[in-house]
Ligand binder design. Sequence first.
Ligand SMILES: N[C@H](CCC[C@H](N)C(=O)O)C(=O)O
Length: 284
Amino acid sequence: MDTQSIFIPFTKMQGAGNDFVVIDNRSLQFSKEELIKWTPQLCDRKFGIGSDGLLVLFPSDMDNADFQMFYRNPDGSDAGMCGNGGRCLSLFAHQLGFDRNHNFSVHKNLYQAQVIDQQNVRLTFPAQTSIDELTIDGQTIFKLHTGTEHIVTVVEDEKLEQSDQLVAEGRKLRYHQKFQPKGTNVNFISGVNERKLRLQTYERGVEDLTLACGTGALASALVWHHLQDDKQEDIQPLSVITEGGRLNIYFSYNSSDKSYSDLQLEGPAQFVFEGQYPLSSLQA
Ligand SMILES: N[C@H](CCC[C@H](N)C(=O)O)C(=O)O
């Protein structure tokens, strides 16, 4: 193959400042192995295109799915679901001709998407989840799965401004032996006593704070609800304020087993630019 003349067409997208390199691979031009190998360079902000992750649209691998979402962290590691990425890929798919309402799979789990308009998408998650409480070094940690691994910890409002400290604490918790071998994403929230939930997320695989994390916002909203004495029904949608924008969360709560289901994430998704990345650079 003459790699000198081969380019990978890509689209750069972002959802609340969580940014992605998006590739249409319906033709199966690229194998998953190749894409995984290329991910660190494609996502590199100096040597590549630069993003918080790689999103690839594959043909469907499930009866009820319109397509498959293949997602990798920028270090090439596998993650479960990416909420902001899922919204971006849905908008991308809609632009390719998929219906405004469609379903896609991630690791054989089926997500429903609704493209609300050209800048907003709502996703419904398949999972039911519940919250575990644990204590690490005297600190209360809430652990839950919202498509991928998350922990949530409550901090003072001012602390959300102290990025260096959040990165240091996030990194420590992310590698804590209680969360091995997979590790976890780490969410810091404030505003639990108000109806103003603010969030900073340390993302596994990015190994830094990102401007927003959709599954982290979902996890944080559920923990916010878990911490309310009066579990009112009329709080929805619960808005989560991230550095990169506002995400709206909807859910159903089952008080008998304290589980959460019908998880929905609504928020922005935007095209940034399109380009062609030379394959020769990747193989150098
Ligand atoms: N940013 C993503 C989550 C990425 C999670 C990933 N970093 C992991 O290793 O689980 C979101 O919007 O939900």
